[in-house]
Design a protein. Structure first.
Length: 108
């Protein structure tokens, strides 16, 4: 299994664990950011349009997820899940952006 399949799977599992109230004491946001950073370092986005999409997803997913609060019974949990997944995407976006800037500065 490569990192492009493993990192999103692990990030989703950790995001689900993070919304369980009994496990709320753990630093889940740090774990999610680290998963995103490692994924971005091992498999950065090469295409500029895809990088823009990842950055937009990291910025806009929490705002879109806020609308899920209106769903009775499960809306709050879905909102928290998508917020946690967007933390991992933000780590991936930062790492890919750093790789892109580095490639522009250290041009061949």
């Amino acid at each position: 299994m490569n990192v492009d399949k493993l990192a999103p799977t692990v990030a989703t599992i950790v995001a689900i664990l993070a919304i369980i109230p009994a496990a709320a004491i753990a630093p889940w946001a740090l774990v999610l950011v680290l998963i995103g950073l490692v994924h971005g370092l091992m498999s950065p986005v090469k295409d500029h349009a895809s990088l823009a999409m990842v950055i937009a997803a990291a910025a806009l997913m929490p705002q879109i997820a806020d609308n899920l609060d209106n769903i009775p019974a499960i809306g709050l949990h879905l909102n928290a899940l998508i917020d946690n997944i967007s933390v991992a995407i933000a780590g991936y976006a930062v790492s890919s952006l750093i790789q892109d800037i580095k490639s522009r500065v250290v041009a061949d």
